[in-house]
Design a protein around this ligand. Structure first.
Ligand code: HEC
Ligand code: HEC
Ligand code: HEC
Ligand code: HEC
Ligand code: HEC
Ligand code: HEC
Ligand code: HEC
Length: 463
């Protein structure tokens, strides 16, 4: 049922050294088959549940309580750790068990420890594979269905764009070289994946996968960052670097490529980074050799990553910053004027700040995505008829969007219209048979058939 993605142009015949070197980097191994590694088997316990990880002849098995799943992919090179994905039909789910390299052991995936029960049912959405797979093809309108086998490992074309014309007629100038792009487009190549922010909001009708090297991120999506009273709640590398005096004082000259060769990690890190510093600080008074150790110390980032370990704010050594409260969100770079209120509104809605989302979203000449978010704001505020009205518009804008139908079903239920709620939830399932929340809602709509809906989901899962 799954087709392979189109093969990308091969770069090996002419750039073999770069290809071999890149394959050894974390980025080149960002997603792999689990059979390629040799991590130990292990058993553990979480509350009332036993869990286990075991290698079988045909692959890696994760077990929680009575459930056993075979893992399809490991996400993460293992520098810090690895998360695991398993597949049911054309849908992908994340395992609640993950590998932690520094501790050398298996444990619960980030985000699970606090909750009571663990299960295998966390959906793997398109944004995850956008950053970790070479390419993937999400089914439009679905939460976690994929039309093709994701291509593991980030590849050349994610930073260089379509290589086919260049491979057919190899020369300089007919393939993107990030260093020669204008600064915002150059930085966007890395920000695709290294600027997580608090929310990433695609423009109407766009998906992350529409981004191509050479574009500015905001032609496809914008990123919203947390604003704090003092600006140090910055987590991703791009945000931190922008806070540094080096970046601020050197205009647009400084970028990720000032210190990193994306094709390979340096053989001798200390001297490599010192030379990068000295390319700008040649005249600094000599006061130490290991520049990064003092000015870019490694911090104990929270388990599970997605926070820079190496402090990219490049500061004079001093007392560690204390975390402060987030007071709002702002765009990293603003999208075109007509999308500003919509983007910020969706970012606030995504972050759960409905009070700020509401006036912004109401202002927009609603596209389906904005209407869907506005509908949820109405629903939470108990304004159920208004919720139904905008959510109906959102569904009309994209009838094959399973989550929008589910939201509409929830609003209809809140408005006391059970029959229609049931019909919409069933439509959602018809579009996406493993949309678990739809079964949960159906059990709520028909409490006496709750066991039936649970069993239906289990049956779908085993198909
Ligand atoms: C048939 C041989 C061939 C193939 C295949 C090939 N290249 Fe090249 N590439 C070249 C040559 C020749 C140059 C020019 C080198 C020079 O003039 O310095 C080049 C230059 C480049 C440059 C520098 C361009 C610039 O303007 O600065 C990049 C980037 C590049 N290749 C990437 C790729 C990628 C990515 C692939 C695979 C999608 C690829 N190449 C496939 C031969 C090839
Ligand atoms: C398609 C997403 C993507 C893009 C584009 C991307 N990165 Fe990465 N990068 C990652 C991921 C994911 C990791 C973590 C890989 C791992 O260890 O599993 C990573 C890791 C790294 C690392 C740590 C060393 C390593 O190779 O693991 C450096 C340095 C880095 N990236 C620099 C860059 C720079 C510079 C750019 C832009 C020129 C860039 N990246 C573009 C996703 C991306
Ligand atoms: C994470 C982003 C990223 C990925 C992935 C990537 N490159 Fe590059 N590549 C760059 C950047 C940035 C430069 C410019 C480096 C510089 O000159 O400072 C570059 C430059 C090049 C060049 C021209 C300069 C040189 O170093 O010879 C070639 C050729 C090239 N890349 C080929 C490849 C091939 C082949 C792959 C896949 C194995 C690949 N690149 C993967 C970011 C990337
Ligand atoms: C692209 C050029 C560039 C690079 C590369 C660079 N810096 Fe800077 N840095 C600057 C500029 C410009 C300033 C501001 C003027 C100054 O203090 O020299 C600065 C300021 C600083 C400061 C003072 C910060 C403060 O809070 O006042 C420190 C410390 C510093 N850099 C360390 C480093 C270290 C360590 C590296 C390498 C890991 C590095 N820089 C790489 C350009 C750069
Ligand atoms: C001034 C130099 C400098 C610049 C500019 C820089 N880095 Fe780094 N980066 C470092 C150093 C030093 C390390 C630590 C390397 C080590 O431990 O061997 C590092 C480590 C990393 C890592 C590994 C994880 C971690 O936090 O230790 C990633 C990923 C990374 N950088 C991404 C980026 C991205 C993306 C950019 C651009 C937004 C960037 N870096 C710009 C110096 C720099
Ligand atoms: C042992 C720790 C240590 C090492 C190693 C170190 N620095 Fe510093 N650096 C400091 C401290 C502390 C200050 C602040 C001095 C002050 O406030 O007067 C500083 C200040 C600076 C400044 C600000 C301007 C100045 O001269 O006060 C720059 C730029 C800088 N360092 C660059 C570098 C570079 C480049 C390297 C590597 C060649 C390096 N540092 C290695 C501790 C270190
Ligand atoms: C916005 C892009 C982005 C998204 C979305 C994202 N990641 Fe990452 N992830 C990264 C980058 C970049 C790194 C490298 C370290 C860093 O920057 O924190 C990373 C690091 C990791 C690591 C540690 C890898 C290592 O060993 O260094 C794991 C495991 C991981 N991610 C799993 C996931 C999973 C699973 C998802 C989705 C459910 C996900 N990530 C979503 C960009 C992303």
């Amino acid at each position: 049922m799954w087709t392979a993605l189109l093969a990308m142009a091969s770069c090996t015949p002419c750039h073999e050294a770069i290809v071999r070197s890149f394959e050894r980097t974390g980025m080149g191994r960002s997603m792999t088959a689990p059979v390629a590694e040799a991590l130990p088997s292990q058993a553990g316990r979480h509350g009332q549940q036993n869990w286990a990880v075991a290698w079988r002849r045909d692959g890696l098995e994760h077990r929680v309580g009575g459930e056993t799943r075979r893992m399809a992919w490991a996400v993460g090179s293992g520098h810090e750790g690895k998360s695991y994905l398993w597949r049911a039909g054309d849908a992908l789910f994340q395992s609640p068990l993950a590998w932690y390299s520094k501790r050398g052991s298996w444990d619960l995936s980030p985000g699970y420890a606090a909750g009571a029960e663990i299960d295998f049912l966390r959906p793997v959405t398109a944004d995850c594979l956008f950053c970790h797979a070479g390419s993937s093809r999400p089914v439009p309108g679905s939460l976690h269905r994929y039309a093709a086998i994701p291509q593991p490992g980030i590849h050349c074309e994610r930073c260089h764009g379509d290589g086919a014309p260049h491979a057919a007629d190899p020369k300089r100038g007919n393939i993107v070289n990030p260093v020669r792009l204008a600064p915002a487009a150059r930085d966007s190549v890395c920000e695709q994946c290294h600027l997580s922010g608090a929310a990433r909001v695609p423009l109407p009708g766009k998906t992350f996968a529409d981004f191509r090297p050479g574009m500015v991120l905001e032609e496809v999506f914008s990123v919203y960052l947390p604003v704090t009273a003092k600006a140090f709640k910055v987590v991703s590398h791009a945000e931190q670097l922008a806070e540094s005096e080096c970046a601020k004082a050197s205009g647009t000259r400084m970028w990720c490529g000032s210190c990193h060769d994306p094709h390979g990690e340096p053989a001798e890190a200390e001297s490599w980074y010192r030379e990068r510093c000295q390319s700008c600080h040649a005249n600094a008074r000599p006061h130490g050799e290991r520049c990064a150790e003092c000015h870019m110390p490694r911090t104990a980032a929270s388990d599970g990553g997605h926070t820079a370990f190496t402090d990219h704010r490049i500061r004079k050594p001093g007392p560690a910053a204390v975390p402060v409260a987030v007071t709002g969100l702002r765009a990293w770079r603003e999208p075109e004027a007509q999308w500003r209120a919509r983007g910020l509104g969706l970012a606030y809605a995504g972050a759960g700040d409905l009070q700020r989302a509401f006036p912004l979203l109401r202002e927009t000449r609603g596209d389906g995505e904005a209407q869907s978010a506005l509908g949820l704001v109405y629903l939470r505020a108990g304004r159920t008829e208004e919720a139904v009205a905008v959510l109906e518009q959102a569904v009309r804008a994209e009838p094959r969007h399973s989550s929008r139908r589910l939201n509409l079903a929830a609003a209809l239920l809140a408005a006391g219209r059970r029959e229609r709620a049931k019909a919409e939830a069933e439509q959602a399932i018809a579009l996406e048979p493993l949309l678990r929340d739809a079964y949960v809602l159906l059990a709520e709509i028909e409490p006496r058939r709750a066991a039936y809906w649970r069993a239906r989901f289990e049956t779908e899962l085993r198909k």
